[in-house]
Ligand binder design. Structure first.
Ligand code: V47
Ligand code: SF4
Length: 383
């Protein structure tokens, strides 16, 4: 697969481990970042990806609700939040606004709503529990993936509940799983510089561990490509891998590329596409106990998401819709991120992968390998 001349001995040893299905250690992960060529990393990551999933590439039909961009925190990388004092520049959706958004999908084969927003000082646990109940009453089958550990930590502290009490309360109201946001970079020195005031690594991990213990699945993200070094990325993934060994509750790891428009870190250049593909590949190789690796296409762009399918990625998220602003405000090319099922399927097929619609928990809903493109375009239910 590769010639001995082209691969240094230390990397060759890592390749042998990966092909033997063995776990790599932190130093080896670091070496991959520092010395691995793109084709070498792509080959190893693709081996792991195909061993787990063959050509299957998952997507789902979802939409996002961002309840507010008013936030008590001021993460330096965030282009989206507004402090409460400047809330006239922001938005706050009422419970009815959110329910109406859900109702606008009546009759459409959406399987998931993703709810993530700023940490509003006046919106509390009961407000969100009320929304969950209303959504479930209207559409019981809709999976609700909602609230980052940052939002939850704040809500629970204000309600004087611990993570277990708070999560049980929201689960009873209809919350099904947690998204992976708020993780950023766990290392305390980097965290201090980019998002000093919000929940720390242990707090984030504790909320996810508790959710797993209560039978909920969650995702994990990492914000990369800013001031962190490769060793911080490995440290971040090590903490996730260790928790996953204990709970097996994580579904997906989602590396989020830092976008630099209109925020306090705008002077930092964005990572190159080569660096992005390396990130996916090393994540796929290192996180051997994570079933899925997701490229979030509204952030990365469609073509790069397509490319990532050769670097370990097996999931490109969903149809979304045009209501998510967190990335467009940070400079993502997609100003109104929305793809029809036909577009997603075509994107996956163009790189000769197998498009599979999934639900949030990766149960397979439909294999689109042999569905004619004309059928995808003409059937409104497909959109
Ligand atoms: O934690 C904010 C990121 C995250 C920027 O679980 C930025 O399926 C890049 O939770 N550049 C929230 N990233 C988003 C989130 C999410 C997204 C997609 C899928 C899932 C999932 C979860 O957005 C934040 C932060 O890391 N973010 N600003 C920025 N300028
Ligand atoms: Fe608030 Fe989240 Fe933005 Fe941080 S990233 S300022 S917690 S909305």
């Amino acid at each position: 697969m590769f010639t001995k001349d082209s691969v240094p001995a230390d990397l060759e040893k890592i390749a042998e481990k990966v092909f033997a299905g063995k776990r790599i250690i932190d130093e080896e992960g670091l070496l991959l970042f520092e010395k691995g060529s793109l084709p070498f990393l792509g080959m190893l990551a693709n081996h792991v990806r195909e061993k787990l999933h063959g050509n299957k590439t998952y997507f789902n039909r979802n939409f996002h609700i961002e309840p507010t961009n008013v936030c008590v925190f001021s993460c330096n990388f965030c282009s989206y939040s507004r402090l409460y004092a400047h809330r006239e520049d922001g938005w706050e959706l009422s419970a009815d606004d959110m329910l109406n958004m859900v109702k606008s999908y009546d009759g459409k084969p959406i399987t998931e709503v993703h709810i993530v927003g700023g940490v509003h000082p006046k919106l509390n646990l009961d407000f969100f529990a009320g929304i969950l109940k209303k959504i479930k009453a209207h559409r019981p089958g809709l999976h609700i993936k909602g609230f980052t550990a940052v939002e939850l930590d704040y809500m629970f502290r204000k309600a004087k509940m611990n993570a277990e009490q708070g999560l049980k309360y929201l689960k009873d109201a209809g919350l099904d799983s947690l998204p992976g946001g708020g993780a950023e970079i766990f290392d305390p020195e980097i965290r201090e510089q980019i998002c000093a005031d919000k929940v720390d690594a242990d707090g984030w991990l504790h909320i996810h561990q508790t959710a797993h213990r209560l039978g909920m699945h969650t995702n994990a993200t990492m914000l990369y490509g800013h001031i962190e070094k490769y060793r911080h990325r490995i440290d971040h993934m090590r903490r996730l891998r260790e928790l996953q060994d204990k709970t097996h509750g994580f579904n997906t790891f989602i590396p989020l590329k830092f976008r630099n428009k209109d925020n306090d870190m705008s002077h930092i250049p964005e990572s190159s596409i080569v660096e992005d593909m390396k990130m996916y590949a090393v994540a796929r190789i290192y996180l051997d106990n994570f079933p899925h690796l997701k490229a979030y296409w509204p952030m990365l762009g469609r073509q790069n998401a397509q490319l990532s399918l050769s670097f370990g990625v097996n999931d490109i998220d969903g149809t979304i819709d045009d209501t998510t602003k967190i990335y467009s405000m940070a400079g993502a090319e997609e100003q109104k991120p929305s793809m029809t099922t036909g577009e997603l399927v075509t994107l996956i097929r163009q790189v000769k992968r197998k498009p599979i619609e999934r639900d949030t928990l990766y149960n397979e809903i439909k294999d689109y390998s042999d569905v004619a493109v004309s059928e995808l375009q003409s059937d409104p239910q497909m959109n």
